[in-house]
Design a protein around this ligand. Structure first.
Ligand SMILES: C[S@@+](CC[C@H](N)C(=O)[O-])C[C@H]1O[C@@H](n2cnc3c(N)ncnc32)[C@H](O)[C@@H]1O
Length: 266
């Protein structure tokens, strides 16, 4: 297992802003994951559950769910978000700090999901396989995995504009009055290992006028469709469905779209 669980997994600055970031809070994937969870007929594990954006609506829908994440900062926000939920919702949730490449929850699940691309934080095939094999061990016979990736756009991967800092989301104000602007930039592209180094830059203006610049830097690996299919097959999964979006439109119906696998444990 490579030791790359540093900055990207920490989400130190991103954690407190995460639920205020418009493209995250308005992502159209929640109904998809909640329906998959309900259809599974059993308990669900969300790997890389973050602040509970998908986890909490799943528990509200009556499904027992365990959330695993490596970032204590994301999990702290998740626990805060859970606290005001009714006791019966809270009772359906367990949140665990752990690394998706090596965890042991000593139980099996009907469904394991990785919403919003946590898997792409893994930058080597060794780590990807360690994660998929760990997931495989935690699936009940006939259990399913939903692997949610972005479909790499050849155009974006090469676009020179992304190398310059650009404002990628609307500005917002935190409940304590801090005004936050966010910028993004690709700082390096490794075409051989399919890795982009990303900087997410938060410019924070405090109510007293003081300014801060917080930078969350992490590598992100992209996977192409057939590469992911081979990887899943190597780790004991059979692909049952491949979607290009959370409305279940087929892969390839739009470009780039998403790369969402539903795979069964074989
Ligand atoms: C983009 S967030 C997605 C959070 C959540 N699933 C959602 O849909 O909003 C990716 C999450 O993966 C977590 N993560 C990154 N590397 C991880 C690892 N090795 N093991 C477990 N979680 C990890 C991060 O801490 C972060 O919370």
């Amino acid at each position: 297992m490579s030791d790359q669980a540093g900055g990207y997994a920490e989400y130190r600055f991103t954690a407190e802003f995460y639920d205020h970031l418009i493209p995250y809070s308005t992502r159209g994937d929640i109904a998809f994951f909640v329906e998959m969870a309900q259809a599974s007929g059993g308990a669900v594990l969300e790997v890389g559950c973050g602040t509970g954006r998908v986890l909490i609506p799943t528990a509200r829908a009556g499904v027992e769910i365990v959330g695993l994440d490596l970032s204590p900062f994301m999990l702290a926000i998740c626990r805060e978000n859970l606290a005001p939920e009714p006791p019966e919702v809270q009772a359906r949730v367990r949140v665990v700090e752990g690394d998706m490449r090596a965890f042991d929850l000593e139980r099996e699940f009907a469904l394991i999901t990785l919403p919003f691309r946590p898997f792409q934080h893994l930058t080597t095939v060794e780590d990807q396989m360690a994660c998929l094999r760990t997931i495989h061990r935690h699936l009940a016979p006939g259990g399913r995995l939903v692997l949610d990736l972005f479909n790499p756009s050849i155009i974006y991967l090469a676009a020179p504009q992304r190398l310059e800092e650009y404002e990628d989301i609307p500005q917002f104000t935190m409940p304590d009055g801090r005004r936050v602007a966010r910028f993004a930039r690709i700082t390096a592209r490794d075409y051989f290992n399919q890795i982009q180094d990303v900087d997410l830059i938060y410019t924070v203006t405090h109510p007293d006028g003081r300014q801060e610049r917080l930078v969350h830097s992490f590598p992100m690996r992209y996977l192409f469709r057939f590469e992911a299919e081979h990887l899943l097959a190597r780790c004991g999964f059979a692909v049952e469905a491949l979607y290009g979006d959370y409305d279940k439109s087929p892969y390839g119906s739009k470009y780039p779209g998403e790369l969402i696998f539903v795979a069964a444990k074989t």
